[in-house]
Design a protein around this ligand. Structure first.
Ligand SMILES: Cc1ncc(COP(=O)(O)O)c(C=O)c1O
Length: 355
């Protein structure tokens, strides 16, 4: 017996973990500087840590009230109705719910190249086809509606990542609106704002409030430092928000994740520290890396180093783990997550040595 034909499916390549790399190099994890997965170097929100500890004694029960409370809190924050908030097991889980709700077998989605791998993976899991639009390095990876529309051919879902992983560019709101205007009535534009808190640009949530063909994706993995909790959500148009009840996995986010999320939303001090620290790290990398860097609106910087795999391997041997972006379609680059000053300085020193 065999699973169905999975030959078109590509495994997700996560950034190298600190413990696996430490074992491979025969060193202690503390000796490594890990800046490969866009995790937060400022750790989890301390308020979330307290909430997780407090919730630990009640995890024998399925999450009900916590799910409802977090949904209501997010709905209030974004000025949408509660049922427009689709909580999920990470932003990735929310992408799955959108694919489940939107894609009939054989329908296609349009993704950016280079870009975040999970859009295509999720579409394929849901028996969808994948097409892509290019973002060009010679154009500084600028994100414009006309570029996407040039490659659009009636796909059911068009993914925009703003700020974009791994390039750091944004699509201005007017361009997102132009893109939604230029696509068919039955096409959904999903604006993935996993890194939005690091940016000063307005969120596409205002388009979610105004239209029925734009959704926004958000996560607690980045600015709130809760990647290990797995908590994310989609904000979807009111007209079809009730589809969640028909596509979600029961208890879509865990009790610990929901309690952590509720607490993290109130931890403004931690958000401020994380955003400021990340901006300083970006500036430090632009100013001190001896290679081309691209301006980033996220908590990471893309650097053109020549041979990304060689530089990744050489930096790893020196104890610095960055992201080889070959799997994103950029073999000449690496992506470096923002770290604390000590982490970022070490990464820059090592990269300058090995480039
Ligand atoms: C652009 C983008 N979207 C979504 C995600 C998913 O995040 P998570 O599933 O941890 O919420 C990531 C994670 O790196 C990302 O870079």
């Amino acid at each position: 017996m065999q699973p169905r034909d999975l030959s078109a499916h590509v495994p997700y390549e996560a950034g190298r973990g600190i413990e696996e790399t430490a074992r491979e190099l025969g060193v202690a994890p503390e000796e490594l500087t890990k800046l490969s997965s866009n995790e937060s170097a400022w750790g989890p929100s301390p308020k979330a840590v307290v909430a997780i500890r407090e919730a630990a004694t009640s995890v024998h029960a399925y999450p009900k009230a916590s799910h409802t409370d977090l949904t209501a809190k997010l709905a209030d924050q974004f000025d949408v109705a509660d049922d427009q908030v689709w909580l999920a097991n990470g932003g990735d889980g929310a992408l799955d719910y959108l694919a489940r709700a939107l894609l009939a077998p054989g329908e296609a989605v349009l993704v950016s190249d280079p870009g975040f791998a999970y859009y295509a993976m999720s579409a394929r899991f849901h028996h969808g086809r994948v097409r892509s639009y290019p973002l060009s390095k010679s154009d500084g990876f600028t994100q414009r509606a006309d570029n996407v529309l040039e490659h659009y051919d009636g796909e059911r879902v068009v993914y925009v990542t703003s700020p974009h992983n791994p390039t750091g560019t944004e699509m201005p709101l007017s361009e997102v609106a132009a893109l939604a205007d230029g696509t068919d009535e039955e096409t959904l534009v999903v604006v993935d704002e996993a890194y939005a808190e690091f940016s000063e640009s307005p969120s596409a949530v205002e388009l979610v409030r105004e239209r029925d063909d734009v959704a926004v994706l958000r996560t607690f993995s980045k600015v709130y430092g809760l990647a290990g909790c797995r908590l994310g959500y989609a904000l979807v148009p009111e007209d079809w928000a009730d589809a969640y009840a028909r596509v979600n996995t029961p208890f879509a986010a865990s009790e610990l994740a929901c309690r952590a999320g509720i607490a993290a939303l109130d931890d403004e001090e931690h958000v401020r520290k994380t955003v400021e620290g990340s901006r300083e790290a970006c500036e430090y990398m632009y100013d001190n890396l001896d290679c081309r860097t691209f301006e980033s609106h996220g908590n990471f910087v893309l650097a053109e180093v020549g041979d990304g795999t060689r530089v990744f391997e050489a930096a790893k041997r020196e104890g610095v783990i960055v992201r080889d972006t070959t799997s994103f379609g950029l073999p000449e680059c690496v992506r470096i997550t923002c770290g604390t000053p000590a982490m970022t300085e070490r990464a820059v020193d090592v990269l300058n040595e090995v480039v």
